[in-house]
Design a protein. Sequence first.
Length: 394
Amino acid sequence: MLDRDLIDQEFPFLKDVVFLNAALVVIPPLSVQRAYFGFTQEYIANFAEGVIARGWEIVAEARREVAALIGAAPTEIGFVKNTSEGVGILANGFPFSPGDNAVVIDQEHPANLFAWINLQTKGVELRVVPSRDGRVLEEDILARVDDRTRVVAVSAVQFTTGTRVGFSRLGPACQGRGILLAVDGIQAIGRLALDVKKLAIGYLSCGGNKGLLATTGAGFVFCDEAWVRKIVPPFACYQSVRSYVKPPALTSDFSKVDWQDDSRRFEAGNLNYAGIAAIGAGAKLLNRLGIEAIQRHILEMEDLLIEGIRALPLDFRSPLQREFRSGILCVYYPPELENRVQDVLRQHRIYATFRGGYIRLCINFYNTREQIQRTVEAFREIAALVASARKRRS
Ligand SMILES: Cc1ncc(COP(=O)(O)O)c(C=O)c1O
């Protein structure tokens, strides 16, 4: 069971609002806001005394919370700017040889695509798995894998349909063949239970500005300890190496870089301490609520929403079979009715993403049964608008 009192305390500003837009942007709870703003306020009040040491304490705490959220060890977590940067570090740091291949899906978000496309300039073949009516099947991915496949790069939840990708077969199959399963986790982490060890995910990248409840400009990567020494980041810096010593010496060895042998090797320079404080607070709240309970609630609310909208003459863009569902539901509307459809949602104080022909509704743990009913009511009005437009046309 979710702790409703805790959720109400954390999101007082959502009382009269149905926020279904977490697939686009975060709505940070109060504890995250305090952590984010508090970092700067605290160090200004202290005239910056100890600010860097405090920053690294915050990083250590966030590492523990994020690790607990995904079933990893804290040493397997490194902090980066966003999903794209985490993906780029892997694509550029992985020891590919010409003739190797990487496998992606045709629906991928650009954050998990261009770094792989760019690898073709280094002689790495790119294999693109076609989705089927929005569904991404594990067997289709595995059918494209061969002896030269080194990485399978896939989003846990696809951003244009909300399709969840299964890893229960894919992860172990990749692991068994020495292939790195690399996941873009941003549409899943914080909303769905994703245990990286159980699913044999080798690498995961996730920005902080969606399910993690934090902010833009701060995200994390997970790299399994079995893989981390094989990935050489494109930049070396004082946190990413072991050979850094305190000034004035800087290093005891000018002949080579002695990389950290855990995910700190992916971190460079002073980090976004305020952003990472926000991630730490967001992950802490998610851990308190329990990711299994969060996922259960989201999927239950999605059942209700599907049931309500299914009764209407509207079409879903998302696959509705349970195994592909993520709590993100996309529903078509005629693009020429966009303004009027937007008006309906605005009147009901419902926030969702409009994507020129479909609405993306992203359910989260703070959404209640009453809010889902209100959303179904709004869709009843949208269906009436669509029906009368069709009638006029015919
Ligand atoms: C699947 C997916 N990956 C990545 C991103 C964002 O990437 P980044 O964190 O680099 O901005 C989004 C959405 O913004 C997304 O939906």
